[in-house]
Design a protein around this ligand. Sequence first.
Ligand SMILES: Nc1ncnc2c1ncn2[C@@H]1O[C@H](COP(=O)(O)OP(=O)(O)OP(=O)(O)O)[C@@H](O)[C@H]1O
Length: 259
Amino acid sequence: MSQPLIRLEHGCVSFAGQPALEDVSLELQQGEIVTLVGPNGSGKTTLVRVLLGLLPLDSGTLWRTPRLRIGYMPQKLAVHATLPLTVKRFLQLVPGVKAAEIKTALQETGALKVYHSPLQRISGGELQRVLLARALLRKPQLLVLDEPVQGVDVNGQLELYNLIGRLRERYGCGVLMVSHDLHLVMRATDRVLCLNRHLCCSGQPEQVSHHPAFVALFGDQAARDLAVYHHAHDHQHDLHGCVLDDSKPHDHGPDCTHA
Ligand SMILES: Nc1ncnc2c1ncn2[C@@H]1O[C@H](COP(=O)(O)OP(=O)(O)OP(=O)(O)O)[C@@H](O)[C@H]1O
């Protein structure tokens, strides 16, 4: 397998003595979409902040490909209601960006029509598309999307996930998404990481949906919902979610629990 974009080994973070992340290890590869799921307070945002380099680890190691360009779409954007900021002006705040690039990014995310609109007036779905456009302006090798479809209706969610899939194809970037939405997000993901302070399970959506740790966290219904979903793949994964090369046998890791 090629060099990962990011590798975290045995990452631990506590706040005031309370563990938020315990012994979390993961890798993100170029061109793959990985979704982080977990209940409220399970450490998803903390993990994202660690990977972005915004929060130091208490212990463990984080390795990133040198000069890794990350496009980050935050969970929330606080814009003061009285601040006169249009979408165009907001995106011009990205260092070194050109007007043509802004229009291209908005076109790409389907939000060009709000180019001149005040940021506070656009809809939730339009705002998510503008934030995605902002993330693209960094020409990212890795897109990190913290709950990218929140506040968006179901049809809009589907469209956004499809768009994220197209962006991955177009830019060849890796994508890390945080999501609460278990059903729809599985349409768009190659690998799921199920977090509850530690990584409970990980792998392809189908595999994770049957994992006892996943069922314990999200319940039988969520597992059944996921089980009916079939992701169109032109390749196979092993039980860690890694893409299998038919010519090579599966390499067992130290934490392998399967035969
Ligand atoms: N800066 C901080 N100071 C103190 N505690 C924090 C801080 N950030 C996060 N926490 C705590 O760490 C735990 C994990 O929080 P985190 O925001 O990472 O969870 P999450 O999975 O993203 O939750 P949600 O799904 O609700 O967004 C929570 O108990 C939270 O209260």
